[in-house]
Write a protein that binds this ligand. Structure first.
Ligand SMILES: C[S@@+](CC[C@H](N)C(=O)[O-])C[C@H]1O[C@@H](n2cnc3c(N)ncnc32)[C@H](O)[C@@H]1O
Length: 371
């Protein structure tokens, strides 16, 4: 008997993610004709042919709405669409040429010894850190679906999305045209070959025209920017909607609530001193703030992710994928880990944090900014 064309098998054959296929199904673009008794999607030959057409148009740069028109209506004028696409590509080529000119100017300025003021050097700090620690990132950092859902919902119906401080590409939505911006070469090199195209640039100076994108997003990155307010204003300039996922660096309550900082790593307070509060960030771009709770089994291994799984912090791999541990320095790190290990084996941690056992999600100062 032929092997059934399940979503996993079709994803493998077509070279797309399962998430993309599920999304195509949800929006009605490519619906598998059948389901198994257990409810799993099964694709018929005609569904696969339709998917092939969709992917061809996608590769050509068409948006999903246009593709739906093309594949649903046999009378749709494919030639007119191709002409339009050609115009768009010429526009893109002009934009790329402008960027090359800007880069040449920068190279020339550097060769002449400009660009070395303390402010300009500072701008590279966040990215420089990732040149050092970035290769450890993918071990535990990945998309947390419940947080991704909040971010993608906040993007609304945006078709073109800029992802600033994109890293390896977690949280990049499928089914939209994504452009990534990432200053660290180490992080860029770890992006999967099928990830969105990525431009080497920093948030504070985005190489795009005003209002070039429907939306701009930034996830777990603003705290690394030399000038977060300038970066957010740049996002505002190039996009009609801005969605940022970050934590409230200035909130003393957050530091007190999170046992890891309160009882083991008070040095974190020094790292966030002088950084703008989340209210200041929101104020700079007129954003509304939404709290984001961290699920107890959060899939993305960011600093606060393991609030109910304390033994996870004893794992070196987990710590190396989070910049805080490098930034506090090895002495503070080793002291914190040794104390935590002792407290876990003596039962002191469990005693002190008894209330956490019954919580499914924790409010630890993470926020979504939507403007
Ligand atoms: C914690 S990672 C987050 C990556 C990704 N957004 C994610 O959620 O997995 C922070 C990223 O911000 C980038 N970054 C640092 N300074 C930046 C700046 N000034 N502008 C844009 N990105 C920056 C780093 O290179 C790094 O890739």
């Amino acid at each position: 008997m032929d092997e059934q064309l399940t979503v996993g098998r079709v994803a493998g054959l077509a070279g797309v993610s399962i998430r993309t296929l599920r999304y195509y199904d949800e929006v009605g673009l490519v619906r598998p004709s059948a389901r198994t008794a257990a409810g799993h999607r099964i694709y018929a030959a005609a569904d696969v042919e339709r998917l092939r057409e969709v992917l061809v148009y996608r590769r050509l740069g068409f948006g999903l709405r246009e593709i739906a028109e093309l594949v649903d209506d046999p009378d749709t004028d494919a030639v007119a669409h191709l002409r339009r696409l050609r115009g768009l590509l010429l526009e893109q080529r002009d934009r790329a040429a402008a960027m090359v000119t800007a880069i040449d100017d920068e190279l020339e300025a550097r060769a002449m010894g400009f660009g070395t003021t303390p402010e300009e050097q500072l701008k590279a700090v966040g990215a420089r850190l990732y040149e050092t620690i970035g290769s450890a990132y993918p071990a535990t950092r990945r998309t947390e679906p419940r947080i991704a859902a909040r971010i993608w919902e906040a993007l609304g119906d945006a078709r073109t999305v800029l992802n600033v401080g994109a890293g390896t590409g977690s949280y990049e939505p499928s089914g939209r045209e994504v452009t990534a911006v990432e200053p660290s070469a180490v992080m860029r090199a770890q992006r999967c070959t099928r990830a969105a195209p990525c431009v080497a640039a920093s948030a504070e100076s985005l190489p795009f025209e005003d209002q070039s994108f429907d939306a701009a997003m930034a996830v777990s990155t603003v705290h690394h920017w030399a000038d977060p307010v300038a970066g957010l204003r740049e996002m505002r300039r190039v996009a009609r909607r801005v969605v940022v996922f970050t934590h409230d660096a200035s909130d003393a309550g957050w530091r007190h609530r999170f046992w890891l900082i309160r009882d083991y790593l008070p040095e974190v307070a020094g790292l966030v001193a002088g950084r703008p509060s989340v209210d200041e960030l929101a104020g700079a771009i007129g954003a509304r703030l939404e709290p984001v709770l961290i699920p107890w089994d959060c899939a993305d291994g960011f600093f606060e992710a393991y609030w109910r799984r304390p033994e996870t912090y004893l794992d070196e791999r987990v710590r190396r994928a989070v910049s805080v541990w490098t930034r506090v320095g090895p002495v503070a790190e080793q002291r914190a880990v040794a104390r935590l290990r002792d407290d876990l084996s003596s039962g002191r941690w469990a005693e002190r944090n008894r209330e956490l056992a019954g919580l499914d999600a924790a409010e630890l100062g993470l926020r979504l900014l939507v403007a």
